[in-house]
Design a protein around this ligand. Sequence first.
Ligand SMILES: Cc1cc2nc3c(=O)[nH]c(=O)nc-3n(C[C@H](O)[C@H](O)[C@H](O)COP(=O)(O)O)c2cc1C
Length: 167
Amino acid sequence: MSIYQNKKSLVIYFSRADENYAVGYVKKGNTEYIAEYVHDLTNADLFKVEPLIPYSKEYDKCIEEAKMRIYNAPIKNKLSDISQYEVIYIMTPIYWGTYAPELETALKDLDFKDKIIRIVTTHEGSRLGSVVEDIQNLCKSAIIVKDSLAIRGKDCINARNKIEQWI
Ligand SMILES: Cc1cc2nc3c(=O)[nH]c(=O)nc-3n(C[C@H](O)[C@H](O)[C@H](O)COP(=O)(O)O)c2cc1C
């Protein structure tokens, strides 16, 4: 058992189903598989960040919408209190080199003092992009563990073993 596994944990993640690069039309987004594996292995609570207005089902439209949302990305529900958690797993697809813009909205006003953050990105080439730096900027008082993981989007469905080793 790892030093994190028995700590009270929360997974905050963004993931989008429908058409995507390298996987075609899918019912479940790539990152959601990873969130569920971590939930199974650690009993972490799950919080899915959902856009107020869903993205288009078509990939080409979605990437344009995501670019616009960098400046304003409202979400359906916002977390207000994470005080009961010791470890926060943050998982996001790479959108335009960093996290999905809705994730920033979700994390922005939370109190991360003394929280341990572990990061997973899913991507199709950019690996972690600038996610680690961008999350550190946003969650200034958090301790980000230096073992962030980047997983190819299309490999997520089969990444349970990888997550088990990382956890
Ligand atoms: C709007 C948008 C922007 C993307 N930008 C990048 C990118 O800059 N670099 C990259 O490697 N992959 C990029 N991708 C691919 C996704 O990061 C990848 O498919 C990811 O696994 C999707 O996760 P999800 O299915 O959980 O939403 C992008 C995909 C979308 C839809």
